[in-house]
Design a protein around this ligand. Structure first.
Ligand SMILES: [Zn+2]
Length: 848
C-alpha cells in the first residue's frame, strides 16, 4: 500500500523532494561564543570562519512515547482456506454488492464442526452444501459461523456456498458515482465488508472472480482473464482466475468504462486501465513499468512471478496505491498529470513501489501485521532501487536521505521497534507512523552497504526463493542473510528490527601537522534504555586534502570510536558517514571554511546537502554566504534548491537578493519553486514584481501557486486580483483554485472568511475543500464559533474521507464545545480508522 496524500500535499511533497525548505536532519553546530550580532562581529569574519565551534548543548533528539494501543498477537489459524470462487454484481441504484461465494476449506490437525468466516454488515441469504442442501449458520454482523453437516476430520476438505448482500458497505467496496466506477480495498482487514472469507494474512489460497458489468464496461480482478466476457442477460460476465495462492486482503474487483492500454515485459502482458480521456497521461504515468519489471527481476534474480500485471486508475481513491496481486489499484490523481507538471509531479515512485510489492507483499507476504515492514519497507526499498538505477545516483541518494529524515521525525514523535503490534482501532495505524516504510527501507540499505551489492542481492534472492508463495516473519530474512554471508545478524536485528531508535554521535577531529595525521573521535550519546542501546557501527569517513581523498572506517564499539588517518596535507574537509549509509544524527563541529570546501568539492550530493544545511546557520559569515550563492549553480538541482532556501535568512544582504531572483529563473522547476518561496524574504519592489510575473506566467502551475503565496506575503491586498483570477480558473487537480484558496487564507482581508466558506462544500474538488478548511481554521481568530459551525455539517453527510479527516482536525483546533455533538455523532457511524483517530484526538483537545 502507499499512503494517500491529499493531492495538494502530494504536490507540495513532490516538490519538497526537489530541494525546498524541508528542515534538515543534520544537526547544526552550537553557536560559536563569538557569533555576535552580524553587524558587529567580535572578531573579524575570516578568523571566526576558521574556528572550530563547540558541541551543541541541547539533546539532539528526545525519543517520543510508544504509539498507543493494546497488543494484537497473530490470529491463530483454525482451518486452511484453499480455494474461493466469488460471483459478484454491483447494484448501482442500491450501492449494493450482490454476491455468492463457494469456499473450499481443509481442517488443520483438529477435527472441525464449524467454519467461522469474516463477513461484516452483510445480509446472509443462505449457506448451502454442494448438493444444494441448506446448512445452518450463525451470524452476528461480523462473523459468519457455518455449521458443517458432520465432523470434518483433520486434513480433509469440504466446501459450501454463501449467498449474501452488502448494501452500502461502510468499507471494502466503493461506488464512485461521478465516474460510474466501483473499486475495492482490502488492506488491512476490509475485504470482509464485501466478501465472506478468512480475512487475515497468514493463510494463502487461490481464487476466481466472476464479475458482472454493463455491456460498455470492463471488470478487473486478480490473475488471468479466462476467455472472453460472457453475455448474461443484459450484462457481461468477466471470469478472472488466480492460480497462485495468495492472502485474501489482496483480492480486488473493479468495474467501469475503462480502456486497457496494452504493454508488455518479455512475454508477460502489462495492462494500464484508464479512462478514455486520459490515454496520453496514462502512458506518461505508467509507461516505464516494463523497465521497472526488468530491473526488479534482474536485481532479485526472481523473474516477475505472475502471469500478467495490470494497473488501474481509481477515482477518489483512499490511498495512493494498493498492490492487489497482479492487479494494482492506484489513485488517478497520483498517476495522471500533464506534461508541464514534470518533474514536480512524477508517478514513478508510486508505480515502482506497488510493482515492488508484487515480490514483497504478494509473492512473499507478512504472516502478521506486526511484521508488515517486510511488505512496506521492502516496497519502499524497491522504489529507492528504481530511483537509483532509473533516475540516477544523486536521485537515489536524495531518496535515501529523505527516508532517514522521515524516520528521525517518526522517532521524535513516537519511537517504536520496526516489529510492533500495538494499535487502537485498526492495524492500519502501524503503517503510517513513519517507521515501516522509510525505516524499513533504510534497514535494508544498511545491510546492503555492509554486505556489498553482490552478496546483499544473493541474500535477497535466497529469502525470495525460500519463501516464495509463503508467509514470512523478520527472522526468515535474518536467516537468509546469515546463510549467504556466514555472518551473525542477530545483533543487527536486535538493534535495528526488534529494538528502536538510532545512534546519535558527537564527533570531533584533530590534525597533527608534524605526524601528518587526522584523528577522529566519536561517542554515541543517544538516550539509552530497554529499547535503545549502543549501535556500534562501522562508519565510513572521507578526508579531502589538496592531494587525493583519504577514505577509511571508524569502528565504534561500546559507544566510542577512535581512528587516525595519514594525510599528505592539512584536511580541507572531513565527512562522517560518507555516502550517508547509516541512519544517525551527528554533531560534528567543523569550521565554516571546511563546510564551504565540502559544499564546493564533495562528490556525494548528500555531503553537499549537509554543508548547505550547516552553512544555513552561519549566513552572517561572508564565507558561508558566498559558498551558498555559488551553490545555486551546483550541478544537482537538490543542492541548488536547498542553497536558495538557505539564503533566505540573509535575503537583505548584498548579492543574496540577486542570487534568489536569478534562481527563480532556473531551468529546473523544483529550483524555481524554492527560489519563489525564498523571494518572500526579499523585501524589494523587484522581488514583488518577479513574484507577480511568476504567479501569472511560470510554466509550472505549481510554481504559480508558490509565487502567489510570496506575492500575498509581500503585497497583501494587492495580490487579490491574481487570487481572484486563479479562483475562476479550472486546472489539473483544481490546482489553481486550491492554491488561490491557500493564498487567500494568508491575507488580512474582510472578504477572506466569507469567500473561503464558499469552497468547503460538495461541488468543489476534494483538494480545494481541504485547503479551504485549512485556511479557514488558520484565519479563524475571533470567528471560531462561526467557522466551527460552518465546518460541523461536513461530518454529517457521507462525504469524502479526506474532507472528514480535515474537518475533524479543524474542529479539534477550533476547540468549540458546540462541536462535540457533531464529532460524537460521526464517531458512532464512522468506519475509517483514520477518521476515527482524528475525531478522538479532536474530542480530547476540546475537552482538555
Ligand atoms: Zn506499500
Amino acid at each position: 500500500m502507499n499512503r494517500s496524500l491529499a493531492p495538494l500535499a502530494a504536490v507540495v511533497i513532490t516538490a519538497a523532494c526537489g530541494g525546498s525548505a524541508t528542515p534538515a536532519a543534520v544537526p547544526a553546530p552550537a553557536p560559536t561564543p563569538v557569533a555576535a550580532a552580524p553587524s558587529a562581529p567580535a572578531i573579524p569574519d575570516t578568523m571566526r570562519s576558521y574556528a572550530v565551534p563547540a558541541f551543541r548543548t541541547d539533546t539532539m533528539i528526545t525519543w517520543g512515547p510508544l504509539p498507543p494501543g493494546t497488543p494484537h498477537p497473530e490470529r491463530a489459524r483454525i482451518y486452511d482456506l484453499q480455494h474461493q470462487v466469488v460471483h459478484v454484481r454491483f447494484d448501482w441504484p442500491r450501492h449494493a454488492v450482490v454476491g455468492s461465494t463457494t469456499i473450499r476449506v481443509a481442517a488443520l490437525d483438529k477435527p472441525l464442526t464449524t467454519i467461522p468466516l469474516d463477513a461484516v454488515g452483510m445480509t446472509i441469504q443462505k449457506v448451502s452444501a454442494p448438493n444444494g442442501a441448506r446448512l445452518k449458520y450463525d451470524y452476528d454482523g461480523s462473523t459468519l459461523t457455518v455449521r458443517l453437516p458432520g465432523t470434518l476430520r483433520p486434513r480433509s476438505t469440504t466446501s459450501f456456498a454463501v449467498d449474501y448482500e452488502a448494501v452500502r458497505p461502510k468499507k471494502g467496496a466503493y461506488f464512485i458515482d461521478r465516474r460510474h466506477v466501483v473499486w475495492t480495498q482490502g488492506e488491512t482487514e476490509d475485504n470482509r465488508y464485501w466478501v465472506p472469507t478468512w480475512d487475515f494474512p497468514n493463510d494463502k489460497a487461490t481464487w476466481e472472480f466472476y464479475i458482472q458489468t454493463d455491456t460498455n464496461e470492463k471488470a478487473l480482478s486478480n490473475g488471468a482473464l479466462r476467455g472472453q466476457p460472457r453475455r448474461v442477460g443484459n450484462q457481461l460476465e468477466w471470469h478472472w482466475v488466480l492460480d497462485q495462492p495468495n492472502s485474501t486482503y489482496l483480492m480486488t474487483a473493479a468495474t467501469g468504462d475503462y480502456v486497457v492500454l496494452q504493454d508488455k515485459w518479455r512475454n508477460v502482458p502489462v495492462g494500464y486501465w484508464t479512462y478514455p480521456d486520459s490515454v496520453e497521461a496514462t502512458w506518461r504515468g505508467m509507461g516505464k513499468t516494463p523497465r521497472m519489471i526488468e530491473l526488479f527481476s534482474n536485481k532479485t534474480g526472481v523473474d516477475y512471478p505472475f502471469a500478467k500485471y495490470d494497473q488501474l486508475n481509481a477515482p477518489d481513491y483512499i490511498f495512493g496505491g494498493m498492490e492487489n496481486v497482479t492487479a494494482t489499484t492506484q489513485a488517478d490523481d497520483d498517476i495522471l498529470h500533464p506534461a508541464w507538471a514534470e518533474p514536480q509531479a512524477n508517478a514513478e515512485g508510486l508505480v515502482s513501489h506497488e510493482l515492488g510489492h508484487q515480490w514483497y507483499g504478494d509473492y512473499l507476504t507478512t504472516r502478521d501485521w506486526s511484521h508488515v515492514w517486510l511488505n512496506e519497507g521492502f516496497a519502499t526499498f524497491m522504489e529507492q532501487t528504481w530511483t537509483e538505477f532509473g533516475m540516477g545516483a544523486d536521485e537515489g541518494a536524495m531518496d535515501r536521505l529523505g527516508a532517514h529524515q522521515q524516520t528521525i521525525a517518526a522517532d521524535r514523535a513516537a519511537r517504536r521497534p520496526l516489529v510492533y503490534n500495538r494499535w487502537v482501532t485498526d492495524p492500519l495505524e502501524l503503517f503510517f507512523s513513519g517507521h515501516i516504510y522509510p525505516k524499513g527501507a533504510t534497514v535494508l540499505q544498511m545491510i546492503r552497504h555492509q554486505l556489498g551489492d553482490s552478496l546483499f542481492w544473493r541474500g535477497m534472492n535466497r529469502y525470495t526463493t525460500q519463501h516464495a508463495k509463503g508467509n514470512v516473519v523478520s527472522d526468515d530474512l535474518r536467516a537468509a542473510f546469515e546463510q549467504v554471508s556466514g555472518r551473525d545478524f542477530k545483533p543487527f536485528f536486535d538493534k535495528w528490527v526488534y529494538g528502536a531508535g538510532f545512534p546519535v554521535f558527537q564527533v570531533s577531529y584533530s590534525y597533527d601537522s608534524t605526524a601528518h595525521t587526522v584523528t577522529l573521535d566519536a561517542r554515541e550519546v543517544q538516550q539509552r534504555d530497554s529499547l535503545t542501546g549502543y549501535f556500534d557501527p562501522d562508519v565510513d569517513v572521507e578526508i579531502l586534502t589538496d592531494g587525493a581523498p583519504v577514505r577509511g572506517v571508524v569502528q565504534v564499539r561500546n559507544g566510542a570510536g577512535h581512528a587516525s588517518f595519514t594525510v599528505a596535507s592539512a584536511p580541507r574537509s572531513i565527512r562522517w558517514d560518507k555516502g550517508n549509509w547509516l541512519l544517525d544524527l551527528t554533531d560534528f563541529p567543523r569550521p565554516t571554511v571546511m563546510l564551504a570546501w565540502q559544499l564546493a568539492h564533495d562528490d556525494d550530493v548528500v555531503g553537499r546537502i549537509e554543508a548547505v544545511d550547516l552553512l544555513a546557520k552561519r549566513t552572517d559569515e561572508l564565507i558561508a554566504r558566498r559558498a551558498l550563492i555559488a551553490a545555486t549553480h551546483d550541478a544537482a538541482h537538490a543542492v541548488r534548491g536547498r542553497a536558495v532556501a538557505a539564503l533566505r535568512s540573509q535575503a537583505g544582504a548584498p548579492m543574496v537578493a540577486d542570487a534568489i531572483i536569478a534562481a527563480s529563473r532556473d531551468s529546473d522547476a523544483r529550483v524555481r519553486q524554492s527560489a519563489l518561496r525564498a523571494l518572500a524574504a526579499v523585501h524589494s519592489s523587484a522581488a514583488a514584481a518577479r513574484a507577480r510575473e511568476a504567479a501569472t506566467g511560470d510554466s509550472s502551475l505549481i510554481n504559480r501557486g508558490s509565487a502567489l503565496m510570496t506575492l500575498a506575503a509581500l503585497d497583501g491586498d494587492a495580490a487579490l486580483d491574481v487570487i481572484k483570477s486563479a479562483l475562476a480558473s479550472d486546472s489539473w487537480l483544481d490546482l489553481s483554485r486550491t492554491q488561490a484558496v491557500t493564498a487567500l487564507g494568508t491575507i488580512d482581508s474582510p472578504t477572506a472568511i466569507p469567500t473561503l466558506m464558499r469552497y468547503i462544500g460538495t461541488g468543489t474538488a476534494r483538494n480545494t475543500r481541504v485547503a479551504a478548511i485549512d485556511a479557514l481554521t488558520a484565519r479563524a481568530a475571533g470567528h471560531e464559533a462561526e467557522v466551527a459551525a460552518a465546518i460541523e455539517p461536513l461530518l454529517g453527510v457521507d462525504d469524502d474521507i479526506f474532507v472528514r479527516i480535515e474537518a475533524a482536525g479543524a474542529l479539534g483546533e477550533l476547540k468549540q464545545q458546540s462541536s462535540i455533538a457533531a464529532l460524537e455523532a460521526r464517531r458512532k457511524v464512522e468506519a475509517e480508522s483514520r477518521v476515527i483517530n482524528t475525531i478522538d484526538a479532536a474530542l480530547a483537545a476540546i475537552r482538555k
